[in-house]
Design a protein around this ligand. Sequence first.
Ligand SMILES: NC(=O)c1ccc[n+]([C@@H]2O[C@H](COP(=O)([O-])OP(=O)(O)OC[C@H]3O[C@@H](n4cnc5c(N)ncnc54)[C@H](O)[C@@H]3O)[C@@H](O)[C@H]2O)c1
Length: 448
Amino acid sequence: MVVTDSFFTFRISLFKSKHQNIMDAQNRRYFLKSSGLAALGLAFGPSLRAFAPSDKLRIAHIGLGGMGNAHMNWFAKLPEVDIVALCDVDAHHLAETRNKLRELHPKGPKVKLYEDFRRILDRKDIDAITCATPDHWHAAIATLAFQAGKDVYGEKPLSYDIGEGKIMLENLNRYNRVFQMGNQIHAGDNYHRVVELVKSGAIGNVHTVRLWKTGVPPELKGTTPAPVPSQLNWDMWLGPAPYTEYIPAKCHFTYRYFLDYSGGVFADFWCHIADIVFWSLQPKGLKNVTARGEKADGIADVPKWLDADFEFDNLKIHWSSTPPDVPGAAEKGIGAYFEGDKGTLICDYNTRSITINGETMTDIDYVPMSVKRSPGHQQNFVDAVKSRTQPESNLAYARGMTLPMHLALISYRLGRPVQWDASAEQFINDAEANALLHRQPRDKWKLI
Ligand SMILES: NC(=O)c1ccc[n+]([C@@H]2O[C@H](COP(=O)([O-])OP(=O)(O)OC[C@H]3O[C@@H](n4cnc5c(N)ncnc54)[C@H](O)[C@@H]3O)[C@@H](O)[C@H]2O)c1
């Protein structure tokens, strides 16, 4: 029995009024009855599985490029996990990953291979999925997974746009699911210690943080459409994104340099380093965002470089493609520089140093260890699924932390500053900018 596309379209109608909710419930019951799915036990519904500590989680990996293989490697090492399904729209990636999994677990459980992730969501014996598809798929796959009663370990950035993130959060709550976003560095000891040091007040009241990531997109060439490789389902790769003929540079890995799918180096790395600011300072009341940049060389349309200024209630955050002119920054490809009224702190993923009254040190002994250490980002997700709690990089947190990145991309696209009403989640008197908060997905992948 096949669950049709229209069934999915129907299920992801969101932002409902009370009246719409009642109508949907009635329609859904009608659909299940008329399709016979319910009688066959194939209808979606929240998983009712209660986990004992010794139970194994049955998971599926969706999207098996560079990061999907990292997911498979990480989860394959966890004793409380069985990988039972793999999915990719590129049959070569699917087969290669299957072979690697076979090497890792020659006597592991039976693994089924899928081109269409919806067939994984049909399976009642799967507890959770991981998603490492390109960014434009994150929200649809996670939302449908929540509706199918699955928990999700999904890659960063959370979603393609702000509207999608809102839909994900609403569905997470409605279906009582667990979500962890893949900003794995969150679990590292260095970030935990930076949070303790900043929160301790050692550098005083922090008024400004400068974030940076060096590196430019490659110069991509070739605007002539090519035949779609026989192993690739291009329409399913595009999914919610606008239709275009197959152009190799727009597909695997380098899709991230096209605004139809992602946001370039800025969107790729923002979540990783902005995390340390949002975790340690919880900035609130974002008001103004100004981004300046220059288009990448070649056919890519993301920024080659980007500078962005964010004004929160009591904090200014600046993003740049070049390090700030302060000691210790130039040698770091990615970093955060905290400026407080008593001192400064500079960090990257694995290192940190604090400067107070001209004295630089890597740690301050008297600041106690107050933040509970992570058991590992993937284990933390497994623990959360079993205990029905939200993990470290949960969806609500990930959404708040990702939102400024989307606003800066909108400012870059418009070529001007934008004013934001944080409580209404709208630009102020700015229809042009508000229109960019949520892209209408293609036909059957509509989320509203
Ligand atoms: N956390 C990190 O450090 C980190 C690092 C790299 C990438 N990422 C994120 O991981 C995601 C994937 O990046 P990547 O570099 O692995 O890209 P990639 O192009 O190498 O891999 C994406 C894979 O998804 C597959 N895919 C596309 N649509 C699909 C669908 N509908 N169903 C199933 N499979 C589908 C593609 O065929 C491809 O194999 C991105 O969102 C990226 O931002 C995170």
